[in-house]
Ligand binder design. Structure first.
Ligand code: TRP
Ligand code: SF4
Length: 329
């Protein structure tokens, strides 16, 4: 046990998770549980960096996300599941790292300017938003994590974390912090119902807890090959979002049958979609069942988080002892 490497990752509490989250991150997190000592947390302070003016119900969103995590197979007996704002050591380390992080490193962070432009209805000219990667670095190194499973978009933040960890070790002549590696999740981007990337802000999501009826309705109105207008037009499955799902959810023979049928106009889009509906519904049924079970167990859920928070706090407190000693404070 003790020689297992440690991974850590977090998600902002966006509420219910969709299939893009499931295949992009969550399944990977679940699989890592076999090989690593895993720490997974809900980054509620990070949510405030962009949503400080209207936080909404962060607690309820966090609860919903935890339910989704557990339903999808994160196991509280193998992984430490916790909430960022319940472990105050993140904030202390964030403050200390802020002292040593050159402003220029933050200003040249590509996601900083990009996000400011993308979210231009919000005023992101704040100190907290600029400091986002410093908080993320604290999240990671306070557990002395070796690896951080993330998507490509997060790599600049991991790079900054590495630089900050090295700088701390150098300045205080310590070896407290391992320099963590980004563990890239390789999974195809799952298109949303309209063919764009699946995202809550586009309203094109299938949620992992959608009912069979929701799944059927959504898939039936999903975009298909736009060139295939009439039933007897041949189609190209490779440009069709429905087919991207078949590749993930259907058996090899079904995939073959659908692809061939599409190219030869041998199958209609509705029939093609019906096969997919059956497979997506079957795959998500156990997730939904698990969730229904957990949802009513308020005590159980509270207990899971209390245990995770306590375990995380123990680790973080031990790191902070070393950090204070190294700085001499
Ligand atoms: N920035 C990450 C995201 O938006 C969330 C996050 C916060 C995180 N702290 C982290 C991810 C630490 C990995 C490690 O997805
Ligand atoms: Fe897409 Fe299937 Fe229609 Fe082909 S038959 S265009 S793969 S929905």
């Amino acid at each position: 046990m003790a020689d297992k490497k440690r991974v850590l990752s977090g998600m902002r509490p966006t509420g219910r998770l969709h299939l893009g989250n499931l295949h992009g991150a969550l399944e990977n997190w679940v699989n890592l549980q076999d090989q690593y000592e895993c720490f997974y947390f809900i980054a509620d302070w990070h949510a405030l960096t962009t949503d400080y003016a209207s936080p909404g119900d962060i607690r309820e969103n966090s609860r919903q996300m935890l339910l989704d995590w557990l339903s999808a197979g994160l196991d509280p007996n193998r992984s430490t599941l916790f909430i960022q704002s319940d472990v105050k050591e993140h904030a202390e380390l964030y403050l200390l790292l802020a002292m040593i992080t050159p402003l220029a490193w933050l200003e040249r962070n590509p996601t900083y300017k990009e996000q400011q432009q993308q979210l231009d209805q919000k005023d992101l000219g704040t100190y907290g938003f600029l400091g986002y990667p410093v908080l993320q670095a604290a999240d990671i190194i306070v557990y002395r994590a070796n690896g951080v499973p993330v998507g490509k978009d997060q790599l600049p933040h991991i790079e900054l974390t590495r630089e900050i960890a090295r700088r701390f070790n150098f300045l205080y002549k310590s070896e407290i912090f391992p320099v963590p590696d980004g563990l890239l999740t390789q999974s195809p981007v799952l298109p949303g119902l309209d063919g764009r990337k699946m995202s809550k802000s586009y309203g094109n999501c299938i949620f992992i807890t959608d009912s069979e009826k929701d799944i059927a309705e959504k898939i039936l109105r999903m975009m298909t090959d736009p060139q295939r207008i009439r039933r007897n037009d041949p189609g190209d499955p490779e440009v069709c979002p429905v087919f991207a799902y078949h590749k993930l959810y259907s058996s090899p023979s079904e995939i073959e049958e659908v692809a061939h049928g599409c190219r030869t106009a041998g199958i209609g889009c509705v029939d093609c979609k019906k096969i997919l509906i059956k497979n997506v519904a079957a795959r998500l049924a156990p997730v939904r069942q698990k969730r229904a079970q957990l949802e009513n167990d308020v005590e159980g859920l509270r207990d899971i988080i209390a245990r995770g928070n306590a375990r995380a706090a123990r680790e973080a407190a031990a790191t902070m002892e070393l950090v204070r000693a190294a700085i001499g404070i």
